[in-house]
Ligand binder design. Structure first.
Ligand code: ADP
Length: 382
């Protein structure tokens, strides 16, 4: 006779689950791991006891084993001297993005790319103590000029963990606790070294604008400045590069600027760079009939950024697609499988595709704006 143990086992499972949750909330990873393994063992016993649900319980047992492994990883990474709450760490994990951008997919910006590559190489090489690589670089310039791309390429080239942070969002989401977020961010970045931390809209931190920033952002700022001074980094021989980006460098406070001795101007593309960007955004298409030089000249005249050029290409490509695939929208009723059997008609890109597109892409910049960037660059840039 077999004894049905499923009732007591389910009870124990609930208890272990509760204990696991409590231990996690308290940051007691040792206990949490033990409780997760308990859940794993109970579910295995349930799988044996309830033949109808063997597979279900085995699957859940496996999940708990995974949880136990993850907790163990966390436990090893957690250093007792660092006080970071789990919630923050979980949030930080969501800021990690995959980066597939390569240096070749960034048109122009030759000097900028060279500077950034040098910095990265220098950080990695063995060197005398007196030679200190930059820990923070400020990228400034008009919107859409490739600052995010540069940060992504740096991370990708290094196979680094890439943290992509919008400073304004962090401040508004974690208002009173944004300084804890910054500590947690750098803790996780050090653990996952090499790391690249990209801080977009960096100016949101600034107190220069109105002189009375909130206490929260002041605290966040001072934590950040301590991290940028980076003593923890030196001790552990970790690589954490902070790349801060702004479209309004003049709004950044002097105290912050001094922590970023490397300030790199990411300008609008010149004619040669525009031609490269055009090629990048029409990769795999036939562009033999285009006068890239003529299109690039027009882009420069209109103060186009890389983003504007990418949009321009998309519009031109759509023009070609509509031209070659009349009534494309009528295929909407076909099932997806049927759609996959058909292919899009493509022809070579023509200048006409661009004439119309130019009218639809407007740069928000004026000559005066560009002058402002240039002036700031000559005063504060590198
Ligand atoms: P920023 O961070 O300076 O505002 P991004 O790096 O986010 O600008 O660029 C926005 C988009 O514009 C990119 O995803 C890319 O499609 C295009 N782009 C901008 N600059 C370049 C460039 N130099 N080469 C190729 N594409 C670019």
């Amino acid at each position: 006779m077999t004894v049905d143990l499923s009732g007591p086992l389910l009870n124990s499972l609930e208890k272990s689950k509760e204990a696991y949750k409590k231990a996690m909330a308290e940051g007691n990873f040792e206990l949490a791991k033990e409780k997760a393994l308990e859940c794993y063992r109970i579910l295995k016993a349930l799988a044996k006891n309830v033949p109808d649900y063997t597979n279900v319980y085995l699957k859940r047992a496996k999940e708990w084993k995974k949880i136990a492994e993850n907790v163990e990883r966390k436990r090893v990474m957690e250093r007792p001297e660092i006080e970071t709450s789990n919630n923050f760490r979980e949030y930080i994990e969501t800021l990690i993005s995959e980066s597939h951008i390569t240096w070749d997919s960034i048109g122009g910006l030759y000097e900028v790319k060279k500077l950034m590559k040098e910095t990265i190489v220098l950080s990695g090489l063995r060197k005398p103590e007196a030679i200190k690589p930059w820990k923070g670089i400020l990228l400034f310039g008009p919107p859409g000029t490739g600052k995010t791309l540069l940060a992504s390429a740096s991370a990708n080239g290094l196979h680094a963990t890439f943290f992509n942070i919008e400073v304004g969002k962090v401040i508004s989401k974690y208002f009173g606790e944004s300084s804890k977020i910054i500590s947690a961010l750098y803790d996780v970045a050090r653990e996952r070294s090499p790391s690249v931390i990209f801080m977009d809209e960096f100016d949101a931190l600034s107190i220069a604008r109105n002189g009375d920033a909130s206490d929260a952002s002041k605290r966040m700022l001072s934590t950040l400045l301590t991290e940028l001074d980076g003593f923890k980094n030196e001790k552990d021989d970790n690589f954490v590069l902070t790349l801060a980006a702004t479209n309004v460098p003049w709004e950044i406070d002097q105290a912050i600027l001094s922590r970023f001795p490397r300030r790199i101007y990411v300008p609008l593309p010149d004619k040669k760079a525009c031609m490269e960007i055009l090629k990048i955004h029409m990769k795999d298409l036939d562009i033999a009939n285009l006068s890239l030089s003529e299109i690039a000249e027009e882009c420069v005249k209109r103060f186009y950024s890389g983003r504007d050029i990418a949009n321009l290409c998309q519009l031109a490509i759509w023009n070609m697609i509509r031209d070659e695939n009349k009534g494309l929208e009528k295929l909407i009723n076909l099932p997806y499988e049927k759609l996959k059997e058909r292919s899009l008609n493509i022809r070579a890109m023509e200048m006409e595709d661009f004439y119309n597109a130019f009218g639809k892409v407007k740069s928000p910049l004026t000559e005066k704006d560009i002058e402002k960037y240039e002036k700031w660059n000559s005063e504060y840039g590198e």
